[in-house]
Design a binder for this molecule. Structure first.
Ligand SMILES: *Cc1c(COP(=O)(O)O)cnc(C)c1O
Length: 345
């Protein structure tokens, strides 16, 4: 094993003897299965494939990587939580991210009793190399979360800055690419073979439109994957979820047309928002949402709620800012109509 990865692991995880499920000890498909205490009757009576092999083959084909570089979690939340559980000693190790960003890193850090250092992004919502460089030598720093495109700001973080961190830091770098399909840039998946310490986290919740299914996908080197597989619960993705996901992954054309529609609507929305007096600034976006600064965020948020249009109030995170998810053409039109009424009122 790469001694660098070993050094990063928690001792109990390195030494862990994982649970060995019935479906691991005998993997054949044919036979009389009297080994897992399943009920012989029913449609969903059998335990699912613990390693979701069919699904991983399909994902490997779509993402042009190897199926033994893929971990599937019950949403990205599981991918994030497992990173803490595998690498961070509670009350001792630390993790780092760039604020403002996705709230789950902090929640997951808190649950796992790990301190999360938050370095502010600069005024263009980019990484400040000097500040981060000073933190990278800390031996207790095990994880860095980089969300790109970033939520709630919407922008991609500069590739050069991300690679700077990947090269200088010997811990694990998790790039959260939940919104990458909306972005005009390639995924870091293609750099997995260059950086052994890289985990790329994606999800089927956004561009694939499958938030209800709960499926997070992380791409990583085999060595890290081995520990993800040891620590995850044995049957973490249900048969129903595996089947449904596979069905939708085979509808690539549907995916492309929905994606293009959302991107088209995004451009339209940005244009419309830029013409409103109450909008002070529309931030550039590479995601399916738009961050904007307005005169009075709390007031506007409430006025829209009265019209049953619900957007995200980010005033407490970025002053005067609201975040709008791109909806259907009809939904977006309703939003713009209401905003124009308020603008003229
Ligand atoms: C929406 C989102 C996710 C997706 O989480 P799931 O648990 O996979 O639904 C992950 N990361 C970021 C930054 C997000 O905004």
């Amino acid at each position: 094993m790469n001694s660098k990865i070993k050094r990063l692991l928690r001792k109990n995880i390195f030494e862990l003897s994982p649970y060995s499920s019935a479906r691991e000890e005998y993997v054949g498909k044919e036979g009389i299965f009297l080994d897992a205490n399943e009920n012989p009757y029913g449609i969903y009576n059998r335990y699912p494939d613990p390693y979701q092999n069919q699904l991983k083959q399909k994902l490997a084909e779509i993402k042009k990587c190897k199926s033994n570089q893929i971990f599937i979690g019950n949403g990205s939340d599981e991918v994030i939580d497992l990173a803490f559980r595998i690498f961070c000693e509670p009350y001792q190790d630390t993790a780092l991210t760039f604020a403002p960003t996705y709230g789950m890193y902090q929640v997951s850090a808190d649950i796992n009793a790990v301190e999360l250092i938050q370095i502010p992004l600069n005024k263009n919502f980019q990484i400040d190399r000097k500040t981060v460089e000073n933190c990278l030598k800390d031996e207790n720093l095990k994880l860095i979360f980089i969300c790109s495109p970033n939520n709630p700001t919407g922008n991609l973080l500069n590739t050069d800055d991300i690679e700077f961190i990947l090269q200088k830091f010997s811990g694990i770098v998790i790039i959260d690419e939940a919104y990458i399909d909306f972005a005009a840039q390639n995924s870091f998946i293609e750099k997995l073979n260059i950086y052994p310490n890289l985990i790329v986290s994606q999800t089927l919740s956004k561009a694939w439109g499958l938030a209800g299914i709960r499926l997070g996908v992380a791409y990583m080197n085999e060595e890290i994957l081995a520990f993800y597989n040891k620590v995850k619960s044995p049957y973490n993705i249900s048969s129903i979820n595996q089947e449904m996901t596979l069905k939708y992954l085979n509808q690539q054309e549907e995916f492309n047309s929905k994606l293009n529609e959302i991107l088209f609507e995004r451009t339209k929305l940005i244009n419309e928002l830029n013409h409103l007096n109450l909008v002070k600034k529309v931030y550039p976006t590479d995601a399916n949402f738009i961050l904007m600064e307005v005169k009075n965020a709390d007031e506007l948020y409430k006025k829209l709620i009265e019209k049953q249009i619900i957007i995200r109030n980010r005033n407490s995170v970025i002053p005067k800012c609201l975040r709008i998810t791109v909806g259907t053409p009809e939904e977006n039109q309703k939003l713009i109509t209401e905003l124009k009424v308020i603008d003229n009122g």
